[in-house]
Write a protein that binds this ligand. Structure first.
Ligand code: ACO
Length: 428
């Protein structure tokens, strides 16, 4: 009887032994539970998948109660301290930290693929000048697949590696060009002498200088922020990547869909929403009233709360430290005091304590981005660039998992019974 769950169906008096593996039961094992032999069988009902594991994964581990985040077993704190974005991307994609020779090839491969096709520049030119950069980013990533005849080759591991290199390499270029488009500025060709984040800053902020030199503190800060955003297991956008990818569409289309999911204010759009919220609060004396309104159900404290973390988000802790380093260079973001006061009051307030609401990754990241000179609209794009590596790792894992099929949830139908069509002139 060990490692089984006994279910008694009171309708029939029958008992079922359901095997337990890794703390889960298989939903399909419930299908045998039925009253009549021709019935469909028992399903589970789990809107928003709050208690359903949809895959077995080796990529990211989160302990939401203890505030632990591991990529392939490595603590996020150690990666943020010692690694680079491209090394972490390699780790997450391929499962191990690369030896020096492999890392060098990987960095070079990505560096060589940062240039985008001319047609992609024209695609970006086609947008209105006030278009949201995230809208441009996700549409252009989708369009990118149309430039490669092998885009649909997803059964070949070498082709998949090539897609991953292209997408990781071109994401910052598309992002930078989307922003440049909104300011009507000339596009800057990637500079292979620069690091991944240095190059991104170059493509964003280069003016007339012969060679752009990124500030090393800001370059490293962006590197750390990128590492923190690489993956976060089965969140909304990753679920979209896996779900769309499960139809065996090309990865560019799947990634465009994942980026669209990230765009929403309840997900990667939250860092943008945090900044707007802080601006709206405006000054320290308005903080208590704002908290009162949130508790009264008038909106949410953006950047707080998480489906999985029920303690301090470990990424938010690291970001707070990075913020201090960035503000030393850029000067303090005036909205920081409002954010700190919000956090102080919220963490002492019963409403937030009872619901285990703590700052998440988005609470402080926007303040850093703004201090670094990024407009608010760029914030979700800054999330999407590093998450590209995580989405691709999850896509790769999904495709090579023999248990996975096209994603297709069930429903509980609660609509009308069968009825006959009535012509428009006879309807009341
Ligand atoms: N402010 C105020 N109250 C909140 C907040 C918040 N930020 N988040 C949750 N709550 C309250 C809810 O009103 C609910 O209260 P109730 O039990 O009295 O009804 C309770 O806490 C549980 O909230 P749910 O919405 O059920 O929690 P869920 O796990 O579905 O939501 C989410 C998680 C979407 C992140 C939510 O906390 C939220 O909206 N936060 C603000 C947006 C945000 O910061 N999103 C970024 C998340 S991190 C990321 O995606 C990278």
């Amino acid at each position: 009887m060990a490692d089984t769950l006994t279910i008694t169906d009171n309708r029939t008096g029958k008992q079922y032994q359901i095997p337990i593996q890794d703390g889960t039961i298989r939903a399909m094992d419930l299908r045998q539970i039925k009253v009549e032999p021709d019935e469909f069988g028992m399903m589970t009902y789990d809107p928003a998948f709050t208690n359903t594991a949809a895959c077995r994964s080796r990529i990211t581990f989160i302990d939401g109660d203890k505030g632990v985040l591991l990529y392939r077993g490595y603590p996020i704190e150690q990666l943020a301290e010692h690694s680079t974005y491209l090394e972490t991307a390699y780790l997450v994609l391929f499962g191990e930290l690369p030896v020096k020779a492999k890392l060098d090839v990987w960095v070079k491969d990505v560096g060589n693929h940062m240039v985008v096709p001319e047609g992609i520049k024209k695609t970006i030119e086609g947008f209105r000048h006030d278009a949201h950069p995230m809208g441009m980013f996700l549409s252009t990533v989708g369009a990118l697949g149309t430039f490669y005849s092998d885009a649909k080759s997803i059964a070949d591991p070498e082709a998949r590696r090539q897609h991953a290199i292209r997408l990781i390499a071109k994401a910052p270029t598309i992002a930078a060009y989307s922003l440049r488009h909104t300011t009507n500025s000339p596009l800057v060709t990637p500079d292979s002498a620069l690091s991944f984040t240095g190059n991104f800053l170059n493509m964003l902020f280069k003016l007339t200088e012969l060679q752009y030199k990124p500030n090393p503190v800001l370059e490293r800060a962006l590197e750390v922020l990128f590492i923190l955003h690489v993956d976060h297991e089965q969140n909304c956008s990753t679920h979209a990547m896996r779900g769309i990818g499960s139809s065996h569409v090309d990865p560019y289309s799947a990634l465009a869909g994942a980026a669209a999911a990230l765009y929403g204010p309840l997900h990667g759009g939250a860092n943008e929403a945090v900044l707007r919220m802080l601006k709206e609060i405006g000054s320290l004396q308005n903080v208590p009233d704002f908290i009162k309104r949130v508790k009264g159900g008038e909106g949410r404290l953006m950047g707080f709360g998480h489906r999985v973390y029920k303690s301090y988000d470990p990424r938010a802790k690291i970001i707070k430290r990075v913020a201090d380093e960035v503000f030393e260079v850029t000067g303090k973001n005036p909205l920081l005091d409002i954010a700190l006061e919000l956090e102080r009051i919220a963490l002492e307030d019963d409403y937030f304590i009872k619901r285990k609401l703590y700052p998440n990754v988005d609470f402080y990241s926007g303040l850093i981005y703004q201090a670094m000179g990024f407009p608010v609209e760029m914030f979700p794009v800054l999330f999407a660039i590093p998450r590209t590596a995580g989405w691709l790792a999850q896509w790769e894992e999904m495709l090579s998992d023999p248990e996975q099929k096209i994603a297709r949830p069930r429903q509980v139908y609660v609509g009308s019974d069968r009825r006959d069509y009535v012509g428009v002139e006879s309807r009341s």
